[in-house]
Design a protein around this ligand. Sequence first.
Ligand code: IPE
Ligand code: IPE
Ligand code: MG
Length: 225
Amino acid sequence: MHVAIIMDGNGRWARERGLERVEGHREGAESVRACIEAAVEDKIDQLSLFAFSEENWGRPADEVGTLMKLMMKSIQEETENLLSHDVRFRVLGDLEKVPGILRAAISTLEEVTAACKGLQLNIFLSYSGRWDILQAAKRFAADESDPAGASAADFEKYLVTAGIPEPDLLIRTSGEQRISNFLLWQCAYTEFYFTPVLWPDFRKPEFRAAISEFSHRDRRYGKVK
Ligand code: IPE
Ligand code: IPE
Ligand code: MG
């Protein structure tokens, strides 16, 4: 099973408490840890987390800087934990925009966990669905000898998510009911789950409640039964 999450509501969580937005991001990092743990315990195959969108580069520089530093800190602190739980770590997105020091830490963690066989953790950083489709289209146009005869399967090999099965369930926290340029191509038949819970409050019980709701969904893929 593949679970994807749009982790939203850190800023509102902080504002409700009279705190700075960064405090919401800090607390949100704890929810990331909790959901990874739940996914490992529940033997989920793939967990995809939308950590930072292409559009998020337009936020104030100090907030962007804090988010990058938090990402760096999480990588440093979680390396041992991920390895001991056999988690394969991957980061997907337009990494050219990401500070070099963070990019280097990401590559190292990807390399050391490359052979892990448990949960595959996909962090979407500097990612947007349109960026992905566009970069795929450019590489497809350059490579493909018979573009007119190509199938969807031929095309999707160029998406950054190539080889990763489509999400079965997409969770979005904080009450917003939109996709905000996440996995546009990949969510064609994904089940959506919206919850008003803000990301810093989304922990193991909330994660499991979403999985449990999903288990009652009737997926038809356009067919009749
Ligand atoms: C999600 O929380 C984290 C990122 C998008 C990086 P927000 O920062 O969007 O929090 P709200 O939506 O302003 O509450
Ligand atoms: C989506 O949240 C991006 C991430 C969770 C990383 P945003 O807070 O950026 O989305 P909008 O602006 O509410 O659509
Ligand atoms: Mg938001």
